[in-house]
Design a binder for this molecule. Structure first.
Ligand code: NAD
Length: 486
């Protein structure tokens, strides 16, 4: 909720829209045009964070006893609100994050779909009954909410990731403290507004913005916080995971270095489409984005030629405009990071296309880089091993399926991977051989269903619970075993 005159947006704590105790705000600017101020947001303090956690804690006992159909009604009403405002909210999302307007519309709609999915799926969660010898006793399990759940999210999917964490938390009877990324708090605020509009009881859902340096510990470390669902960098996720009490359940969705393997028999036009869509959509800033292509030696030159021709056709610009394929990077920090890796790539490997920041005219107002492809990349190079999180693809030559798998698995991450082939021998082996939480054949490494589980292996996730789909309900509930005798 905002003060229209100042374009200042507030925290939502204990059912009230409130300013931070600090009295300070921070700016959220458009990465496509930094002269455009999207809004100012509360630079919250530990005191604000403590109030949010206390409000969530106080609201828990009543919310967990609220009939599930009423909880579902609130999720559905929040979904209605998002859908009714999709055009306005998508425009704001593009202005704060840079993604294409069509992608923003898709993301707002998907978030509404997620709320509706959990409104139904949450009502099917049940326990088991157990056969046993005592005829005067019933033994069963029931699922219970955990308590206060803290949700911390990144800027790249700033409403769909929060939605897929908050909806399963709420429908199962947990109360929530939600902290979005400071790079994209606007659409997160609209999600808070949707819950407020839907009539969520005070304290059940709390929204707080600001730097993780001040509010990170107070929303993650108190023992009353019983669950933390986090998506972001491996470094931050690992830090939080290690610093919380033993009794706090964590679910960390982290970085990736996702491979696309192109076999000799692959339709190369299709392989190029999958590379471009997987590697450059969202300007390479999807956690499941394609960042390595392992291509068989026999078809490498042909594939590269087709890829370069396609990449050179891509148009970069403001995502609000028609006919744009790639928007800007989301922030100055992102720009510096990506340009840094491009410089490393130029030292280590051979540049095929791209490789420059775009300047001149409107480009000077934003954070634009060319979609970039490197080849002659080998497994020990930094651009082959480290997450770049930008529109940069490393093409690596391989001799065999076995070598492709060995290199694909030779990184600390394991989020998503894809194989391009029609050879059933490889199709069948691939899900078993590849170390990734999401495995695809003849599809982009990006994209996942609302109703299917999502998560990674190795350093891409904590090896605890999956999110999304029914798995999201498991994370936010615990099992109690009940023996009822007479
Ligand atoms: P980030 O780790 O910098 O920040 C993520 C969130 O964590 C932000 O809200 C940030 O303020 C908060 N945060 C950081 N340190 C914290 C701390 N100590 N305590 C509490 N909160 C803290 O990540 P980012 O730059 O926003 O996002 C990019 C990263 O997210 C990439 O590494 C990407 O791979 C990853 N990502 C993963 C997935 C997935 O599902 N696996 C999805 C999207 C993005």
């Amino acid at each position: 909720m905002s003060n229209a005159a100042t374009n200042e947006y507030r925290n939502y704590i204990d059912g009230e829209w409130c300013a931070s105790a600090s009295g300070a705000v921070f700016e959220n600017r458009n990465p496509a045009d930094t002269t455009d101020l999207v809004g100012t947001f509360q630079a919250s303090t530990a005191e604000d964070a403590e109030r949010a956690v206390a409000a969530a804690s106080n609201a828990f006992e009543e919310w967990k006893r609220t009939p599930i159909s009423q909880r579902a009604k609130i999720l559905n009403a929040a979904a209605d609100y998002l859908e009714a405002n999709v055009d306005r909210f998508a425009d704001e999302l593009t202005r704060e994050e840079g993604k294409l307007l069509s992608a923003s519309k898709g993301e707002v709609r998907r978030s509404a779909q997620t709320l509706r999915f959990y409104a139904v799926e949450g009502q099917t969660l049940c326990g088991e009954t157990f056969p046993q010898d005592d005829g005067k006793m019933i033994v069963y399990t029931q699922r219970e909410p955990l308590g206060v759940a803290t949700v911390i999210t990144p800027w790249n999917f700033p409403i769909s990731i929060p939605a897929r964490k908050i909806a399963p938390a709420l429908i199962t009877g947990n109360t929530v403290v939600f902290k979005p990324s400071s790079e994209a708090p606007m659409i997160a605020c609209r999600l808070a507004e949707a819950f407020d509009h839907a009539g969520i009881p005070k304290g059940v859902f709390n929204f707080i913005t600001g730097g993780s340096g001040k509010i990170g510990a107070p929303i993650t470390e108190p023992p009353v916080v019983r669950a933390i669902s986090f998506t972001g960098s491996t470094a931050a996720g690992e830090h939080i995971h290690r610093s919380v009490p033993l009794t706090t359940r964590t679910q960390m969705e982290l970085g990736g270095k996702n491979p696309l393997i192109v076999m000799e028999d692959a339709d190369l036009d299709k392989a190029v489409t999958l590379t471009v869509n997987g590697g450059f959509s969202l300007t390479g800033q999807a956690c499941t984005g394609t960042s390595r292509v392992l291509v068989m030696k026999g078809v490498k030159e042909q594939y590269l030629e087709k890829l370069a021709a396609r990449v050179e056709q891509l148009s970069v610009g403001n995502g609000l405009k028609e006919g744009i394929d790639l928007g800007p990077l989301a922030s100055e920090k992102q720009l510096e990071n990506v340009l840094g890796y491009i410089a490393v790539g130029k030292q280590e490997a051979r540049l095929v296309c791209g490789g420059e920041r775009l300047t001149g005219g409107d480009f000077d107002k934003g954070y634009y880089v060319q979609p970039t492809v490197f080849t002659d990349v080998t497994r020990d190079m930094r651009i082959a091993r480290e997450e770049i999180f930008g529109p940069v693809i490393a093409v690596m030559e391989v001799d065999s399926y076995e070598q492709a798998i060995a290199i694909a698995n030779d990184v600390p991450y394991g989020l998503s991977a894809s194989l391009v082939t029609n050879d059933f021998r490889y199709i069948q082996r691939f899900p078993l051989d590849i170390e990734a939480g999401t495995v695809k054949v003849n599809r982009t490494t990006t994209g996942n269903l609302v109703n299917a589980p999502f998560g990674g292996v190795k350093k891409s996730s904590t090896s605890t619970f999956r999110e999304s789909g029914r798995a999201g309900l498991d994370f936010f509930t615990q099992t109690k075993t009940v023996y009822l005798g007479t």
